[in-house]
Structures are given as C-alpha cells and as structure tokens.
Ligand binder design. Sequence first.
Ligand code: FAD
Ligand code: THG
Length: 808
Amino acid sequence: MSPRVVVIGSGVVGAAVADELTERGWTDVTVLDRGALFLPGGSSSHAPGLVFQASPSRTMARFAQYTVEKLSSLDLDGRWCFNQVGGLEVATEPARVDELWRRHGFLSSVGVASAVVGPDECAALHPLVPAGNVLAGLHIPTDGLAKAPRAVEAQARRAIARGARFLGEQRVVEILRDRGRVTGVRTETTGGPGQDTFPADVVVQCTGFWGPLTGALVDLPTPLLPMAHQYARTAPVPGLRDLGAREATAPILRHQDRDLYFREHGERLGIGSYAHRPIPIDPANLPTHTEMPSSFDFTPEDWAPAYADAQALLPALQGVEVEHGFNGVFSFTADGMPLLGEHPDLQGYWVAEAVWVTHSCGVARALAEWLVDGHPSLDVHACDLNRFTEAQRSPAHVAQRAARNFVEVYDIVHPLDPPAGPRPMRTSPFHLRQQELGAVFTEIGGWERPLWFESNAGLPDVARIPTREGWAARNWSPIAGAEALATRDRVGLYDMTPLTRVEVSGPGACAFLDGLTTNKVDVAVGRVVYTLMLTATGGVLSDLTVTRLDEELFQVGANGEVDVDRLRRLAPPGVSVRDVTAGTCGVGLWGPRALDVLSSVSSDDLSFGYFRAKKIHIGAVPVLALRVSYVGELGWELYTTADQGLALWDALWAAGAGHGMVAAGRHAFTSLRLEKGYRASGVDMTSEDLPAEAGLAFAVKPGEYPGAATVSAERTAGPRRRLVPVLMDDPADVVTGAEPVYSGDTPVGYVTSAAYGPTIDAGIAYAWLPAELATPGTAVAVEYFGARLPGVVAAEPLFDPEGKRLRP
Ligand code: FAD
Ligand code: THG
C-alpha cells in the first residue's frame, strides 16, 4: 500500500517530487502550499529559468541533465516547459579561457556534448555578442530555458492524474508526531481562520528559502541562507525581435568574468547579476501574506555597475533603459550543494531544499528513489542533509559561507582553495606545531588540513619533483613530493585527527556491525577489519575500519558525518553510537624507520602484527595503536584524547629527529595512497559503484547485510566497468580529477583521483573505464585543458605489490 505523503511547498521541487513519487506508485500524495496555485509566490514563481549542465559536481551535472530531459518532454496545453536554445559561456579574460576548456572536459566526462569556440562563432551564436568583445566561448547545445511555473503545473497535473492532490492557501504551521515518527501536519488557511490536519506517514519539506522556518517546526536546523539576487528586463533592444510565445532563440548567455547572465524575452533582454553585495534576507521577517514574498524592491545602486559591465559586453544595450527589475530571493548553502535527506531524529520527515530550477527534476527523482527504493541511483552523499558538523550548521557559519558562495558563484574556484572565514573552525591539537613548521593549510570538511610544510623546503628531493604549471600547480608544491619520498625512505608524521572516529558499543554491537557491513567483524579482540557499507543494491556507501577493542566495544574509522548518521539511524536499541572524533586526536607514523621512532618512546611490545590494535604508552600518554597504513608503509595510527595531543606530537617529534622524520601533508598522503591503490570513498567509488568494480571484492564476505544479494550476483556476472590506474606517459603530466578519458576519439570514462607518484616517478590517474578497456597495457588519453595526454592502464598496486613494506 502506498504510504500517505504530504509535500510542503508547490515550487518546482515540490511539484517534481509529487510527479516522481506518483510515477513510482506512491499515489497518496498531498501537496500543500501557503500561496495560491500554481503561482504560490516562491522562487519558482519568477525564476528566469536558465538551465545549465556544467557544474563542479558530477551528481549536480546529472541532476541537470535529467531536468533537461524531463522538461523537454513536457508541455502545458501545448506551451513549452523547456526551450532548448543552448548555452554560451563567454571568456573575456585569459584565465576564463582555460576555465572554459576545463568545463568542456568536465562536461565530456559526464556525457554532455559541448565545444569551445572562437570569437566569431560566439558572435554567430548570439546576436548581441560582438566577436571583438570575447576571447572564446563554451557552447553547450543542450542547455536552455525552463519555464518554471509551467513546469510546476505540468508536473502537478500529471501527479494529480495519478491520484495526488494539490491544495493552495494552506500554510503548514505544525508537524504532528508520535514517538519519533511524523504522523501528519496541521495547516492554517492563508489569511483566513480555517484550520485543517493532514495525516501522513512521510512529510517532505520543499519550502525553498522558507526552509529554516519550516525546519524550526521540527527542531531541524535547515542550514541555508535566503539571499536576494537582482534580475532586470530591458526595454526593446536593437537586434532582438518579438518571438511570440517562443520567447528566445539565442542561447542563454553567461558572462562569468563579470558575474552576469542574460536571456532573451523576445525583443527585450533579461539580465541577472551576482555582481552586487550579498543581500541576506532574514526568513523570520518575510512578508507572510503578500502575493510574491520572494520578490523585493529593486535597488538601483546595486545595479548600476553591473549594467555598465553588461553594456560593455553587449554594446547594443547602450542607451537602452531597464524597464523592470526586482531583487528575487532564493537559497544558498555553505558549500553550494542542496540539502537532501531525512531528519536525523524524526523518522519520515524528509527535506529537499536549496535546489535550483536547473537541478529540480534530478533532485526530485533522487528523493523519490530514496523514499521508494531505499537509495537514490545517483550518488548523493555531497547533498546529504546530514553532512554537516554542528559548527557547520551554526547560523554564523551558514551566513558567512553562503554569502561567500554568492560572491563566488561564477568565480574560478580550485577544489583546494581555502574558503574565506570563519576559519579556523576545527583544528587538531597539533595545529600550533604545524604552524611552526610552516604548514600551508586548506580546509576540508571543516578541518584545517596541512597540504605540505614549508619547513621541508630544504629536502634535497624537492629538486627531483617535476614542476607544474597552471591548475595542477595551484595549492601544490614540489615539497609535497619530497615529503612522500621521505616517508618511503625514512618516516613521516601525518595528522589523522580529522578521520571520523565512532565508538560503537553495548550488547548487540558486534551483531549490528556484522549485519551492516560486508566483511566479518566478529573477530578476536585486538583485530582491525576493513569493511564496506553498501546500499540495498550493493553500491558502496563507505569503507570503514572496524577495530574490536572488547567483546562489544568497537572503534570505527569512518568517512564523515554521513556515516555517523547512518550508524546512528540503524543501531538497534541497546547499541550506542558515539562520535568521538572531537574529543580525540591521532597521528599516522609511517615509514621504514617508524619502528625506530616508536620504540624509542614506548617500552611496550610493538611486535603486534598488521591490522592489529593494541593499547600502549608513548611517554606518559596512553595511546591506541592500530597497525594500519593508508600510505602502504610499516607503521601505526596512534590515537589519544585531545588533551594529550600536544604531548603525543612532541614526544614523537623529539624521537623522530634522529631518524630524518618529516611532518607530511595531504598531498604526500594522496600520492602515496594512489601508489598503493587505496581508494577514497566518495571520490574514487560511490554508492553508484559495486565493490568488485571498484576493486574492493577482497573486503566482501558472504553474509547477511544490505546489498549482499547484488554483490553475490555481481561475483558471477563479472564487472562491466572497473576503477583502474592510468599511468601518464610523461611523468610531468599530472591531472587533478574529473577529467574525461578517451580511447581514440571516444570518451570512455573519467578520472576520480590523480597525483604524481614520486616513488614510481609517474603521473597517476585513477579512472573508471569499461571492463574491456580496463586491462593493463591499454592505451588511453586523459583530456586536460583541451590537450589529450597519453597514458596506459597499469596493473595495481603500482608500488610494492607483495606488501613487503607493510609486513617487513
Ligand atoms: P520555491 O519555489 O520557493 O517553493 C517553495 C514553496 O513553499 C513556496 O511556493 C511557498 O509558498 C511554500 N511554502 C513555504 N512555507 C510553507 C508552509 N509553511 N506551508 C506551506 N507552503 C509553504 N534557478 C535556476 O536554475 N536558473 C536560474 O536562472 C535561476 N534564476 C533565478 C533568478 C531569481 C531572481 C531567483 C529568485 C531565483 C533563481 N533561480 C534560478 C533559483 C530558483 O528559482 C530556485 O532555486 C527554485 O525555484 C527553488 O524552488 P523550490 O521549489 O525549492 O522553492
Ligand atoms: N584509517 C582508519 N580508518 C579509516 C581510514 C584510515 N576509515 C575510513 C578510510 N580510511 C578507509 N579506507 C581505507 C583504505 C584502505 C585501507 C584502510 C582504510 C587499507 N587497505 C589495505 C589493502 O587494501 O590492501 C588492507 C586491507 C585489508 O587487509 O583488509 O589499509 O585511513 N583507521
């Protein structure tokens, strides 16, 4: 039987959710909106509807691809929902030309056709762009314009035909619940005295920038910031003509160097600007009863410089007045990604917020699959509502980062560029020492993380590391290569504090972990097990190390907040799941001299074997030592409580001095792990990938856990695609991730992680390839800023295949 679903909000997201749910047979769906249907007054009611598929995220690009596909197939009484005029991004600065090539590569890797074109072609594609004003353009023929209000109504009608109800002027004022489950919602008739209740098993919050207010009804911080953004329409422009109902034929145009975008409205031009100051809107002060609460008065002083820039690009605008402008409100998040998922403490309460029109259909499909099938078919971990730490959810953090995202919405942002404040948010106890050693930090997942240490600049090996230029050289130094070599030759000290550590304990803890993950964790006390969490259909959600500290006491090494959330959600009564990351800290001490260093500060017996754990002392500091190494060298992860972190670091540092020990950063770590073929969850493999495809079959044992049936079927069928290392022919060729891989002239796959491997002196690019092209020796090319860099599929691991370093 279909569960009773209430969707709050009838914008593009709510309507698409209703459509996708009813399509999957969940037909008891009621969509409630505080506004009048089908123009209830949210962001969707007046979005200009540019739909663009380029994005920094694979998942987001594919959400957009699906929006294009779906809206193209819809109409409202014969009127279009999607007008596939194509997209054109122009470059007016040399750095942007490179960026267009990079975006072109990314689009190829997700299967969206695009072309970098010259100034003349830009002028041919767009009637207002003079060739002399641009250096290049990126043309994406399948981008276009969505008519959001029509898309809402067309999807709503389809859902209604399958049994859904849409009710306007029903403001949800209370969420009804019983023992941790939602049971319904209570509404007030907008502007009137009426009240109603709607029983529900599932409630989906699709309230756009009202999210923080709606979330507050269920004590759910909905970490988004509503901000106003200027959009204006000009008077008729010479060179444009009335196109009737078609509205536009020229591609949507984006001038990212000046934070502007353009679309035709027949003979008028619509212009959107992100060039102004961030204008945050306090959702508590939103007008409740006006027709268009998402539309604020136009502020001409914010507009003037943007319009001058628009006129500079498009001279036809000179002398043309702006006829109508407004400051429209929509949602921004701390990391630019949407918020999807279930309330951590209230079962049946789901959220789909901070979603652009562009991604709306893809997001709605993912949410519907999540509800109906248990997991979306695309990887959504970067969109997970529960991905943030408490500090990241704080209003101050959301406000500052979201405002920054507004400013940077079109900037060329390198994945390792450190964000502006608030910083630092989370530091390990070693932070002070790392600063003294000249650490160059970025922030990952809220943590300050050293990329490399300037104090290592004098290492002789620095000169051996191939130099780089451009993108690959940003936030990188050859010092990192020398740190990696020092680890292989001598010993390196790595900060492991940001690794998520979870204590799972209580009667049933062992059975819980055993029934949740793919490996056998019912092992002797003191053993460490590498194991996977899968979706019901076998996709890799995460890889974990599980250390058995006692009969019913485990320390789990995990990959972030989403894992903690899953463990908490699924733990049976009596089993406690405690995130101990913040109160503890740790280092990795790895390399051939690690034993010399450790034995000089510890009198414990250190002969315990690989993937074993033991409680030892380092000086006076009690430490949990795990003989585990993500870099593939002899050594230990050494954990203690945060208060003793400095003592731990200082003791090891003093002991390491005589052994050539270096502090080593993130880049060295990545180089070494790729030489060993150790995967990073969420990057190399995601919930879209099966364990054997990802090269992780060794961690899968027969048993009863989510995904077991699929993985045993996979074993018989054999993988269709594989994650394999590609070695670049030229050691100086180093790519950075997300590039397309070609066989001849056909794009056949994409890069996940990449780094220079200093031990093997080669650029390494891990890539997903079809099984038939994944055999060692196969020649391929990685496209990098338009150049095809030759490489060859290699056998793994690339370094120390017998593991002699780990078990000397
Ligand atoms: P909304 O459309 O805001 O819908 C939320 C609904 O929830 C509203 O109808 C509201 O009435 C209802 N609601 C709220 N609280 C309650 C309650 N308590 N009870 C009942 N109902 C409630 N995106 C693009 O992809 N491309 C663009 O070019 C683009 N340009 C934009 C330009 C402007 C000026 C603006 C403002 C936005 C733009 N966007 C664009 C963003 C896009 O419009 C939004 O991200 C998107 O429309 C959000 O859809 P939604 O369904 O989440 O929210
Ligand atoms: N340390 C600890 N926990 C972790 C990580 C870690 N949990 C999350 C993430 N990192 C897990 N990833 C890995 C990846 C590879 C290995 C360990 C953790 C590893 N693999 C060996 C191999 O593939 O040959 C051994 C596997 C085995 O013997 O089962 O070491 O860094 N604590």
